[in-house]
Write a protein that binds this ligand. Sequence first.
Ligand code: PM9
Length: 457
Amino acid sequence: MKYMAEPYKIKSVEVISMTNREQREQYIKEAGYNTFLLKSQQVYIDLLTDSGTTAMSDKQWAAMMVGDESYAGSVNFQHLEETVKKYYGFKYVVPTHQGRGAENLLSSICIKPGDFVPGNMYFTTTRAHQERNGATFRDIIIDEAHDSQKEHPFKGNIDLTKLQALIDEVGADKIPYVCLAVTVNLAGGQPVSMENMKAVKAICDKYKIKVMYDATRCVENAFFIQEREKGFDKKSIASILKEMMSYADGCTMSGKKDCLVNIGGFLCMNDDELYGQACELVVLFEGMPSYGGLAGRDMEAMSVGIQESVDDEYIKHRVTQCRYLGDKLMAAGVPIVKPVGGHAVFLDAKAFLPHIPQDQFPAQMLAAQLYVEAGVRSMERGVISAGRNKDTGDHYYPKLELVRLTIPRRVYTYSHLDVVADACIELFNKRDNIKGLKFVHEPKLLRFFTSRFEPLK
Ligand code: PM9
């Protein structure tokens, strides 16, 4: 079977709203042509993000009922700690309210002004925390990742020559850690091979540089290793995940993605001193080291979610859904990032709208027009998300100017994806009529969340 059927059945439903084109034209105008500023009841199929949008299982909801809301030493934290240690293998776990809480702790503790943090392509909140603490981010992903049409089984890999060159250029003492994302969100959800993780660790060990994973979509990464890397096809997702983590000194985690919860995250490490510092700082920003900004019930749901996430059938279906949508679009000639990754299909806005220059924000407008077309909400992942260089004030112009159609976990059916595919194809057929945008409001930090725009005449 090319497209695997759902390995679950539906026990509870949420009614979604239909709107007409006239209403949607008005709503997107009111939202300043920014899909983040739409109200959820104005959206029919919501592919804005896979973050916190998961449908929890009956077992997770049951776990919520055994929340121990003691201020300190909650039994749910003990369960979370045991589960993370079992599946990820790190010595210490510090819970946080979500991924960026963990990023804040890690960056604040490890980075000093003037440092460099290399990574396999930037992520918005991750780089913002690194820069806020005085570091410069350096992209050391392989070149193929910046070309939407290049096929590569592990397009998220780190280029080892680029890593070595940075160490030679700035010195190992200016690199507090390498930030290795598994998978790489902004490259299209592209995975990293086990071989690459092992090689990165070997280089970093030589120079006493830590390797910290952004583990946000690590289970999806494990699936691609099982499918594509020699010697892993007979191994379980759980065992691949554990081996992946053995090549890291720790990780940040947004539990809102692969841990299958609506809120939560954590920071892991093996180092005693780093753990001590994280326990001090977490109290300032999140809460006690035994709850980190989460209710007991949220930690319990995350423990169960982690166990469900490594089920081989679950993850196979998840990636298959993304492929189903990607295959439909490719068959109709709609330009997308290839190969399709683990959490989303990314429209290539430069190829979709070649008549709109990047400084007129083609991906932003494409996301707005897709909403008008069919009530489908997506997200810009291009020049607006990339922001401005903190020293020169110029826009960063990423090679990839994308619109992300992100598939929430266990939420939509293949029929919903048919609607999305039809809308994209329809829009592609009338793409010449779409015009660019200009800013009317631009916040300084993480501008994509709240910027407002107007169409160009
Ligand atoms: N990712 C996403 O939609 C939600 C916020 S940005 C619109 O893709 C990675 C790889 C992420 C991520 C969030 C975070 C931050 C870290 N790394 O959102 O703070 O994709 O839990 O995680 C979003 P939190």
